[in-house]
Design a protein around this ligand. Sequence first.
Ligand SMILES: [Zn+2]
Length: 134
Amino acid sequence: MKKINRLDKRFLEQFLSTPLVRDKLLKIQEEIGIETLSRACAWCKKTVAEDEPVYMLPLSSKIDLSNLHGLYIPLTLFSGEILIALVPTKDSDAWKNGKHLMLMACCEECLEQMETALKNDIQTFAYMDEASKR
Ligand SMILES: [Zn+2]
């Protein structure tokens, strides 16, 4: 696992903890709509129907995301690919169990591809936990 540069971590934390960042993300979320965001596969971006099963891939973040509870945030991979992840609310079981980011996949194939991509990438600030079907 790669170690995060201490200066980068501090910078990112300061940036992510500002009210401006929260407001901006909230605005984007309202524009796109929570319905759309919550049903979109983080990998292929397909919209999943309400009654279809989805897979959840939780990540633990080394960066403090507590300013971003309940918000969808973009994770940019080195490849340029953007994954949309949810920061669980403060009182959710996910957050209490150290799951700071939740990625949703529409199918096993997307889940596997996302896991592989993340293994070589996002570890700089987050690490993966076991995926679960919901
Ligand atoms: Zn998908």
